[in-house]
Design a protein around this ligand. Structure first.
Ligand SMILES: N[C@@H](CCC(=O)N[C@@H](CS)C(=O)NCC(=O)O)C(=O)O
Length: 218
């Protein structure tokens, strides 16, 4: 039994759970996992056993409850310094924290209209202007980061960092809804989705039987 327990929702739909799980997994940290399917009759009751905030993910470390995915990512970076979940260079690190915070605090149109749904594939999905605008901002950000910090690696700051954990569900959404992308962004999405941990998460998501009708958009 580990001193870390991560409480997550459905692998198929819970984008915030994915971010925390991916950061902990990529950092090589051992953790126990508790899964509570979202929006099922007992969701609130079950989650109240761990946190009054009522949302996943939740990391429990030696009895301390850490909610909010960005705080979990910070803790993962502290627990596994050699994984370099934040870049070493101070300015690169500031840029990584900035884009992670931008993701955490924004892109509401994309989150609302293009829910993460790992097993879904919608070829003729029509984007709203607001979603198009947000995707333009995201791909501009990715292009700048790859150019300035990507070096010879495949990720935003070369190697995998918490910035990639924050954008991993966006990569999944762009693939699910067949969003056309520039070459840099398309390569980045492919690199993120090809990670063994992402494949593992997606394979398990595909086996889940829970369906949340509102998230099945087309
Ligand atoms: N700000 C939170 C958001 C967490 C969140 O919204 N989680 C969703 C699942 S992806 C949830 O638990 N929803 C259940 C609810 O709102 O009742 C974070 O960053 O962790």
């Amino acid at each position: 039994m580990s001193n870390l327990t991560l409480v997550i929702g459905n692998r198929n739909y819970s984008s915030w759970s994915l971010r925390a799980w991916l950061a902990l997994t990529q950092a090589g940290l051992e953790f126990d996992e508790i899964q509570i399917p979202l929006f099922m009759p007992k969701f609130k009751q079950e989650i109240a056993k761990y946190s009054d905030a009522g949302k996943v993910p939740i990391l429990i470390e030696d009895g301390t409850v850490i909610g909010e995915s960005i705080a979990i990512l910070e803790r993962a970076a502290e627990l596994a310094p050699s994984a370099k979940l934040w870049p070493d260079d101070p300015l690169a690190r500031a840029a990584a924290r900035s884009c992670a915070a931008e993701m955490h605090a924004g892109f509401f149109a994309l989150r609302e209209h293009c829910p993460m749904n790992m097993r879904r594939s919608v070829p003729d999905f029509r984007l709203t202007p607001a979603v198009e605008q947000e995707i333009a901002r995201i791909t501009q950000l990715w292009t700048e980061l790859r150019l300035n910090y990507g070096g010879s690696g495949d990720f935003l700051f070369g190697h995998f960092t918490n910035a990639d954990a924050m954008f991993a569900p966006v990569c999944s959404r762009l693939r699910s809804y067949h969003v056309p992308l520039d070459e840099v962004s398309a390569n980045y999405v492919s690199a993120v989705l090809a990670m063994p941990a992402m494949k593992d998460w997606a394979e398990q998501a595909a086996q889940e039987e829970w369906v949340i009708a509102e998230e099945e958009v087309d």
